[in-house]
Each structure stands twice: as C-alpha cells, then as structure tokens.
Write a protein that binds this ligand. Sequence first.
Ligand SMILES: [Zn+2]
Ligand SMILES: [Zn+2]
Length: 364
Amino acid sequence: MKAAVLYEPGQPLRVEDVQLSPPQAGEVLVRVGAAGVCHSDYHVMHGDMAAPLPAVLGHEGAGVVEQVGPGVTSAGPGDHVVLLWRTSCGHCEYCSVGRPALCPVGTVMRGSGLLADGTSRLRRNDLEIRHFAGVSCFAEHTVCAEQAVLKIPEDVPMPIAAVVGCAVMTGVGAVVNTARVEPGSTVLVIGAGGVGLCAIMGAVLAGAARIIAADVNPAKLELATSFGATDVVDSSHEDVVDAVRELTGGGVDYAFEVIGLTHTVEQAVRAVRVGGTAVAVGIVPTGTTAQVNVQQLVMQEKTLKGSIYGSTRPQADFPRLFELYRRGRLPLDRLLTREWPLDRINEAYDALLAGTVARSVVVP
Ligand SMILES: [Zn+2]
Ligand SMILES: [Zn+2]
C-alpha cells in the first residue's frame, strides 16, 4: 500500500509502497477514509517532538474496518470508525478515574512506535517502519489496536470524522472538559488556526458571553469571527494582554494558548483575571519552559493547566461531537477548506504553515 514515511526530521515525507501485515490479536485493519493535516505531525517532521523513525505519520483519521484480529469484539468489518491517537487500556488508574488520555498504555505505544505486543505491522522490504501514535493514517490502510478505533455514525463524512478525531476533540475538549468554561464567562483564544477555531466553537457551545480571538493573521481573525469570536486582537501590532485587559476591564476568566509558543503561554497567564484559568493546548518543542509570576499565581489564585486531546473520554465525547455536528451546532464543513491526494501531502503541509487553509485532509 501507499503510505507517507518520515525517515529523518527536516526531510519531506516520502510517499512510497510499504508492506502492512494483517491484524494480530486485539487489532483491526482499517481502510483510511481521510486523514487530517495536523500540526502535531509537523512537529515530528520538523524535529520539535521526538518519535521513533522511520514511521508512517498521520494521527487524525477515520476509515472503515476491513478485517479484525482474534478476540476483537468492539468493531467488525464494515464499521465506520474514528481513530484515537491516545490509545487507552480501559482499566488502569487513569482510565478508571475518567482520564484515559493519560493512560500509560498509550504512552508506551507512542514512545516505542510499536503496537501493544511490542512489534510493528509496517515494513519496507527489510526495514521495520514504526507506527506513529499507534495510528499511522497517512496511508491507504492502517492496523491499530482495537482500543484505538471507535465506531461512528455512517452518515458522518470521512473528512469530518477525521478532524473530529483530533482537532475538534482537542479544541472543544480543552474548553468543555479541561477548563469547564461556564455560561456567561469571558474567554480568550490565542491562535486562530484549526484547533483554535475549535476552541472558539467550544466556547460558543459552553455559552461564553465574550470570546476574544488573538492572532497575527487578519484572515484567521476574520474566520474566528465567523465561528463565534465576539472580539479580535491583531497581535502583530497590538499587545494581547493590554488589549484583553482593556476589552474586559481586567482580564478574562479563561485563556487558551493554541499555538505552542513560550511568550503566548506567558500572555495567557497574564491575560486571565484574578481567579482565572489559563490552559496550554499548543504543542511546544521538547524542553520548552516559560516564565510565570508565581506570586501572582498564589495571591490571585490563578490556575495554569495543560490540556491534551481535550481531556477526552472517547466513548462519551465523540458521540456528542458527532451529534452536535449533525444538528448544525458545530459548523465543521466550514472548517475544512481543502482535500489533498496522499502524494501531495508535503504541499498540504506547506499550505498549513502558510496559513492558507484552516484545516485540510488527505484522502488516500
Ligand atoms: Zn492532531
Ligand atoms: Zn488505561
């Protein structure tokens, strides 16, 4: 099958033929319907985030199950599924307390680039190729753990299901699950790319009274307004913190950093009012640290927290997100601005980095 392989950071993806072995016990074979062009893969391509290489990248996907290995009970051939890039076991301490995104089973898989039994299903001739995030969906097919797929309604288009599988869950979940934004509150979203727009949609769903979007790109701010931002700050020539304080008379209740830069994380903490919460969502390069005024954190009871994969509880959250989409309350058709064939994946990343697409998908 055709797949997009990364051999070394700094190199383009190579779309080439690789061999995929059939699913083993507890695994499923999925024909990929669509795969989202997400920044997280780019962090690996660029070397900001380590992953075992060579690997087939792609972690935001959806498809149709074609075959299952022995013992698989939750999905069967013909089922439409969303791919979950944080595989969880369902019975460890984190899974038991409703925080499966922190499950160590998925962490081991992501760290090794191997499936649960410690082996790979991907090869190119004699060379073993790793699975990225247990998903590897920049490919025509993927084999992944049963726990990495979740059945979805068949009427949801594959590109929509794919972006719900990462960007939407991450952005909406940061607002609704991680921060638990309350109706009537004030929200700042720094970074109006794909995930940032999803955070804005999440703030609309949560009933935020005021949603301020900050970005350096005026076109993205226009898009942010169309998704529900009530105010915008062009941070290319305005200080975000000053602007937010002026707009709100002291700061927002919740600030979301959705870029992955040190200074914007610091801005998020400074932009929240007394008692407010700043949430770091963007992925920063490994080892990055930020400066926080700790005395203010204490005296003003501010909170700084991280959010990964929208603190998802997949079995509860994904059906809700798909239902909100079907009822028109998550305007995801407008988020998806382009589809690419797999062999143009490097161009798709160029477009993402240039900011000419909010979110696009590869259709293998
Ligand atoms: Zn992603
Ligand atoms: Zn677990």
